[in-house]
Ligand binder design. Structure first.
Ligand code: AOF
Ligand code: ZN
Length: 347
């Protein structure tokens, strides 16, 4: 069980990396004579990898000789933004490497382990992630981002009242939870109706982020979007999926992808092409229904506010009939102040 203790330290270190963007969160621990000599992690996209960060914490590099490294992900084998870690571990004399998971990135997968073994290093693969890099792994397994659909609704399943304006449903705790959810997404998408009615900011307001999620909206004509809307405030990179091109130059940080017939599948494919590993679909009803109908929802997060809206307000998911029921796993339920949070994953 000593092994799992050191591995847990590496996992906890990995989670400190809050700006790794599309790179994985990785942690590494160097142990010798049952003593933890160094703990490192990948701090930020483009910066040194966890293994090198751990080596840098050693008082003297000669301490690495005959030591064991516990690392959450297979050490890399490629010359990317930094030289290959597997080679460096061999150079400094690491004797054994305990690895959480092999790297699903085809650039590295299996090759890092092969380099270590070729240098006579003992390699033990735990086959365990302890919840790290869910979207990163999903992306390389399915060649598309992991899609989470999130909405808030009343007890009668509505997202707004009869009036054509934003209805406030959930209270502070649920709103803060949404901020946390957004923080771990690479792209947040809304539909045109939500854009015009809610004028959402789609930003993370829990503190400044090096790589804030990209804000995205599906619109018919980007020229028709009010330039005063929050999405044009340049506070985060913003992508429009538009049927027509912009007739005037767009401000810095704002891009339009043009396709006369955007579908959820085409959007997800475009995001995959851009290397995006996670997508949060926020609303409204039509966009949500289209993603469900296209079978492109992997995770659901639903907030239920204890109120009835009645009348002719919009339902949370509208208008799409499904050829078959879409089943989800047994949900996890918690209370956030007066609101209920339900999360579940596609079976
Ligand atoms: C990281 N941090 O601690 C480890 C990574 O673009 P590069 O050169 O930084 O390489 C990114 C790839 O390196 C990443 O997709 C993964 O395959 C491998 N390992 N990456 O960012 C790390 N160990
Ligand atoms: Zn590396």
């Amino acid at each position: 069980m000593i092994e799992s203790k050191y591995f847990q330290i590496a996992v906890d270190a990995a989670k400190k990396g809050q700006a790794t963007w599309t790179n994985p969160q990785v942690g590494a621990v160097i142990v010798k004579n049952q003593q933890v000599l160094a703990v490192g992690y990948h701090h930020q996209f483009g910066q040194r990898h966890a293994e090198i960060d751990a080596l840098a914490q050693l008082a003297d590099i000669s301490q690495a000789k005959r030591a064991t490294m516990y690392v959450t992900l297979e050490p890399c084998s490629h010359y990317g933004k930094t030289p290959p870690c597997a080679k460096r571990l061999a150079e400094v004399g690491i004797a054994r490497v305990v690895i959480g998971q092999s790297d699903p990135n085809p650039l590295v997968s299996g090759k890092g382990i092969a380099i270590l073994r070729a240098h006579g290093i003992q390699v033990d693969l735990l086959g365990e992630t302890l919840g790290l890099n869910v979207a990163y792994n999903y992306f390389y397994q399915h060649q598309r981002p992991l899609v989470t659909l999130k909405y808030a609704m009343s007890l009668d399943g509505k997202i707004n009242g009869a009036k054509k304006e934003r209805t406030v449903l959930t209270q502070t705790a649920a709103q803060q939870d949404t901020q946390r959810l957004r923080q771990h997404q690479q792209v947040i998408l809304v539909g045109e109706h939500t854009l015009s009615i809610d004028n959402p900011r789609l930003t993370v307001r829990t503190g400044s982020m090096v790589f804030p999620p990209i804000r995205a909206a599906l619109v018919r004509h980007i020229d028709d979007v009010d330039r005063q809307s929050h999405l044009f405030d340049q506070s985060a990179p913003t992508w429009f999926f538009s049927e027509t091109a912009a007739s005037t130059k767009l401000p810095a940080n704002i891009q339009a992808f043009v396709n006369p017939h955007w579908t959820p599948k085409a959007i997800v494919q475009k995001l995959a092409d851009e290397g995006i590993q996670s997508l949060l679909v926020e609303g409204g009803s039509h966009l949500q229904a289209d993603f469900i109908a296209a079978e492109l929802v992997d995770d659901l997060v639903i907030y239920v506010a204890p109120m009835l809206l009645g009348g002719s307000g919009l339902p949370a998911v509208i208008g799409q009939s499904l050829t078959e029921q879409v089943g989800f796993e047994k949900p996890t339920i918690s209370m956030l102040g007066p609101d209920i949070r339900i999360s579940t994953r596609r079976v």
